[in-house]
Design a protein around this ligand. Structure first.
Ligand code: AHR
Length: 628
């Protein structure tokens, strides 16, 4: 029997306990969550016409630029023969997804060139076979740069569409920042997010939202690190950056992977706010991605860290400062005069060794001096699992950071053995942020097996919520035609998305996190592996209920009695909602074609007096609410 001792209400569970980690990997931002359909919209990839096909007379120019950070534009001119055409065609991010009868907002900055005569361009949305789904003419009627906008509604749905722009008159036009967005973005924002993906994130009910990475925080080298100041202000003037995931793995080489920064820090803060999650930005500590650290040019000397530290201080002002402060003003001008109420900041991602510690130290000093209430998150290297990186913990304690970001991409055995990982952790040091984790089965599928073992492991996070204050699965999003890393929580193509079993585990935890840890024991010990059972319990004071989570990783189903002890005499219990996540085969996955192979199903249990009787089916994860 299990015992849930109601007299021992445990530590509060932080509102941040279950959250999301977002990184622009696997085309998660451009080509994914960020709803822009045009790749290289400003022609400022280093190969200026990458993503574009051109025909006729097209010239790439940078003279007298409209946007100094994105100076390149194209000029389309009459090819000089009645049977020839001039135009450009954009391939999108592995195609463009169009939905029948939905409106798309096409916009472009344009001007006539060499004459004030109005010029016409024709805009087509095409399907994969080159048939026109919708076409419309646009008149460019000024010799000065102006933004033009039209709405296009395709007559059919297409996953691999393209955008084509023809010159439809005899002169020349210049085009800059060519953009195409669905009108129906999440929350209807112009520079918005893809509705299905943002909704899927929000549906988790995340308590914290970490951004923008991962390795992209650091960059392949210092020049390509994520520099938040370049990601705010007018989208047209946010400079393009090479993505860290451009060429990390030779077998998955993505020469066209750049960051437009259209999804930048302002948008990340907004998304956090919309989802009700605490924003958690992570900034570069002056070290490029750790795999490059042996190179001198990837380290900023400690004495030169000033501008990096200033970036951190300025970010706090951007998020929280009054609209009259330098950076608060920028936020206000972007449309958000109210502060974003930032409480956490991460410095460095997966950095290891002394080179990190000596750099983190001046950040901590400066942030503490100016913003003593901001909680600082340090890092313990890629895998604090008894390997050489664990030695960073004492350093994190010495620096008195508030939380330490631990990452574990590990095999099933590790996940099951580590359900006790935090049971004996030092309670006096920093709290734990399990900032990136996923169970890696041999082929790294998002199969039910990986999700079940994560669920089992997470009972240990929950039981130790006094010390574990945040956890976020990683990575979050992946395009089926352009991924660099798996497993990932949500997969998508240009039209639809699929939630993995791992997503549902996260969702079940996040939506049932409760407010306090409760002791759940068998023979006075926690339930973390004996007999293939893993379990944890919480109390939810808002809903006045207990929630018990049970993972059975064994091949036999188990009848379990859970005795709810120590209740007041007059208390009567009733059974609330119960869910089960289960598959007939551990190898089963959800796919775009079969997205509901594994989804939480309602289940039930028997409640007799103060005893809950459950059947923990073989290889299942289940959750029971006991209402007071
Ligand atoms: O999540 C993928 C990568 O794994 C992250 O960018 C990095 O922090 C870790 O190595």
């Amino acid at each position: 029997d299990f015992v849930l001792d109601t007299k021992k209400v445990g530590a509060p569970i932080q509102s941040t306990m279950y959250g999301l980690f977002f990184e622009d990997i696997n085309f998660a931002a451009d080509g994914g969550l960020y709803a822009e359909l045009v790749k290289n919209r400003s022609f400022d990839f280093p190969q200026n016409l990458m993503g574009w096909n051109t025909f006729g007379k097209v010239e790439v120019r940078k003279d007298n630029p409209l946007f100094d950070q994105n100076p390149t534009y194209v000029v389309l001119s009459d090819p000089g023969h009645p049977h020839k055409r001039t135009g450009i065609e954009n391939e999108g991010f592995r195609g463009m997804g169009f939905k029948q009868n939905e409106a798309y907002r096409f916009s472009v900055w344009a001007k006539t060139v060499n004459s004030n005569e109005p010029q016409k361009i024709r805009i087509d949305l095409l399907d994969e076979k080159n048939d026109i789904l919708v076409t419309q003419q646009l008149v460019i009627n000024a010799g000065d740069w102006k933004k033009y906008e039209i709405s296009l509604t395709p007559k059919a749905t297409e996953a691999k569409g393209r955008l084509r722009i023809f010159l439809d008159s005899k002169g020349s036009v210049a085009l800059e920042h060519v953009s195409l967005f669905p009108v129906n973005t999440w929350k209807g924002r112009e520079n918005g997010l893809r509705a299905d993906l943002a909704q899927a994130l929000s549906d988790i009910k995340p308590g914290v939202f970490r951004f923008p990475g991962g390795c992209i925080v650091e960059g392949t080298d210092l020049d390509t690190r994520y520099d938040w100041k370049k990601t705010i202000g007018a989208v047209e003037n946010r400079p393009v950056n090479e993505n860290r995931w451009h060429y990390t793995f030779p077998h998955r080489f993505f020469p066209d992977y750049y960051q437009s920064y259209g999804l930048g820090f302002y948008e990340y803060f907004l998304l956090s706010e919309d989802m009700g999650a605490e924003p958690l930005p992570v900034l570069s500590c002056g070290l490029a991605c750790q795999y490059q650290n042996e190179k001198e040019e990837c380290h900023v000397p400690v004495k030169d860290l000033g501008s990096y530290i200033q970036d951190a201080l300025d970010l706090i002002e951007f998020a929280n400062g009054s609209p009259t402060s330098t950076w608060g003003k920028v936020r206000a001008e972007m449309g958000h005069p109210a502060p974003f109420n930032l409480k956490y900041i991460g410095i460095g991602n997966e950095q290891w060794g002394d080179e990190y510690v000596v750099r983190l130290e001046p950040f901590v000093k400066a942030i503490r001096a100016k913003y003593p209430d901001i909680k600082i998150i340090g890092s313990s290297g890629p895998s604090a699992d008894g390997d050489k990186f664990e030695y960073l913990w004492p350093e994190m304690k010495r620096l008195k950071v508030d939380l330490v970001d631990e990452h574990y991409y590990k095999d099933p055995k590790w996940f099951l053995n580590s359900a006790k990982r935090y049971d004996n952790y030092d309670r006096k040091g920093p709290a734990v942020f399990a900032g990136e984790y996923a169970c890696h089965v041999p082929n790294r599928d998002n199969n039910f097996e990986s999700a079940l073992y994560e669920a089992a492991f997470m009972t240990g996070l929950e039981r130790n919520a006094d010390i574990v204050h945040m956890c976020t699965y990683a990575p979050l999003l992946a395009h089926v035609d352009a991924w660099q890393w798996k497993p990932d929580m949500i997969w998508f193509d240009n039209l639809s998305s699929v939630k993995t079993p791992n997503y549902y585990v996260q969702q079940l935890y996040a939506q049932n996190k409760g407010t306090n840890v409760m002791p759940l024991t068998r023979n006075n010990t926690s339930i973390s592996g004996e007999d293939d059972l893993y379990a944890s319990a919480v109390y939810d004071k808002d809903e006045n209920c207990y929630i018990v989570k049970v993972a059975n990783t064994g091949t036999d189903s188990k009848d379990i009695k859970i005795n709810v002890e120590g209740l007041k005499k007059q208390a009567t219990l009733s059974l609330g909602e119960c869910f089960e996540l289960k598959a007939n085969d551990l190898k089963i996955v959800n796919s775009l074609q079969t997205p509901t192979n594994i989804i939480p199903q309602k289940t039930t249990a028997k409640l007799e007096g103060n005893t809950l009787q459950i059947i923990a089916k073989a290889q299942s994860f289940s959750l029971y609410k006991i209402q007071l």
